[in-house]
Design a protein around this ligand. Structure first.
Ligand SMILES: NC(=O)C1=CN([C@@H]2O[C@H](COP(=O)(O)OP(=O)(O)OC[C@H]3O[C@@H](n4cnc5c(N)ncnc54)[C@H](OP(=O)(O)O)[C@@H]3O)[C@@H](O)[C@H]2O)C=CC1
Ligand SMILES: C[C@H]1O[C@H](OP(=O)(O)OP(=O)(O)OC[C@H]2O[C@@H](n3cnc4c(=O)[nH]c(N)nc43)[C@H](O)[C@@H]2O)[C@@H](O)[C@@H](O)C1=O
Length: 313
């Protein structure tokens, strides 16, 4: 990508989109097209077609999506399916019509079968049943992968797909019902510490395992792959290491400074038992994460404290 290339970051205000924007600016890129969802609703096919015809971006990072944790995915099943299919269909197709040089689609580690062998290799896609709680979201993501693959095969588009593991960091969603586990723990432990509460309730059994990558590391990987990866097959992006939710809770407790007890609400779902990404393909391409988990949690907590009054609570 040329430093003055016209780059459209769809979802530039989100955790991933804002991290990609920061990273591109750090690396000297200067020419961005940025639209909020109020300015451009990506579910609106005609509005997206008009936008692309007028703006003619050269590169597209598709980081706009309907995103949420396990309860949000399981509650708003129709919304997660419809909105993600609409957004990605419109952006990917308009990128083709307007001859975008390269597009990056962001999927998720939830595309893999619930009980696939671990760590998850890219070839395990579509080899088994999906996790029930986020099946609609996963189906939408798989459709996005297949759309990029098909537009490459039929039209020669340089559209690539990246599969991030669970992410956390600045600009995360801290709504306790809709968020992912990391921001939920940060907020719950922080508020319990301030209130002097003796216990915090967390969801499930605490036994599932999850891999966590800081959003700034993901952004670095996305810029690296936009410049160095043009293959048909999608690529996993993660750390290659995971922890149990219980272990995560102990680490977040320590970082936040909460000393009370944990109560596990087993009426809430555990979701996939494990979804550790095989990142050997990414490492072979020459990229590896740099932010260790405890260091990343401390950075996320600092961001939470600094921006607490403007957060998505
Ligand atoms: N968070 C995670 O743990 C993971 C995320 N991912 C993927 O990364 C990508 C970004 O996720 P993340 O940054 O966490 O999500 P966020 O919820 O933080 O950001 C999503 C962004 O999408 C935009 N958006 C949503 N709906 C619309 C719409 N109808 N029209 C225009 N823009 C819209 C929002 O714009 P606005 O702010 O203007 O309303 C927002 O900026 C997604 O594809 C997600 O699936 C993958 C794996 C893990
Ligand atoms: C990135 C990935 O994220 C989602 O999958 P998930 O990883 O299962 O989502 P999660 O982060 O919400 O939960 C992880 C684990 O943590 C446990 N857990 C404990 N206590 C809280 C808690 O307070 N909040 C939440 N959210 N989870 C909790 C929770 O019960 C579960 O066992 C997909 O929907 C999809 O969006 C996707 O692709």
């Amino acid at each position: 990508m040329e430093k003055d290339a016209k780059i459209y970051i769809a979802g530039h205000r989100g955790m991933v989109g804002s991290a990609i924007h920061r990273k591109l600016q750090e690396k000297g890129f200067t020419n961005f097209v940025l639209k909020t969802s109020k300015e451009l609703d990506l579910r609106n096919q005609q509005a997206v077609a008009d936008f692309f015809e007028n703006e003619k971006p050269e590169y597209v990072f598709l980081a706009a999506a309907k995103v949420g944790g396990i309860i949000a995915n399981n509650t708003y099943r129709a919304v997660f399916l419809y909105e993600n299919l609409s957004i990605q269909n419109n952006v990917i197709h308009s990128s083709f019509v307007n001859k975008v040089k390269k597009l990056m689609f962001l999927g998720s580690s939830c595309i893999y079968p619930k009980l696939a062998p671990q760590p998850l290799k890219e070839e395990y896609l579509l080899t088994g049943l999906l996790e029930e709680t986020n099946e609609p979201y996963a189906i939408a993501k798989i459709a996005g992968i297949k759309m990029c693959e098909s537009y490459r095969k039929q039209y020669g588009c340089d559209f690539i797909s990246v599969m991030p593991t669970n992410l956390y960091g600045p600009n995360d969603n801290y709504d306790l019902q809709k968020s992912h586990v990391m921001p939920a723990m940060i907020r719950k432990f922080h508020e319990a510490k301030l209130a002097g509460n003796e216990a915090v309730t967390l969801w499930g059994t605490g036994s599932p395992m999850r891999e966590f990558l800081h959003a700034d590391d993901l952004a670095e990987a996305c810029v690296f792959l936009m410049e160095n990866y043009s293959e048909e097959e999608f690529i996993n992006v993660g750390t290659g290491t995971d922890v149990t939710i219980k272990e995560l809770a102990e680490t977040v407790k320590k970082v936040v400074g909460f000393t009370g007890e944990l109560i596990w609400d087993t009426a809430k779902p555990d979701g996939t038992p494990r979804k550790l990404m095989d990142v050997s393909k990414l490492h072979a391409k020459g990229w590896k994460h740099t932010i260790a988990l405890e260091q990343g949690i401390a950075l996320a907590y600092q961001d939470f404290l600094v921006h607490h009054d403007t957060l998505r609570l």
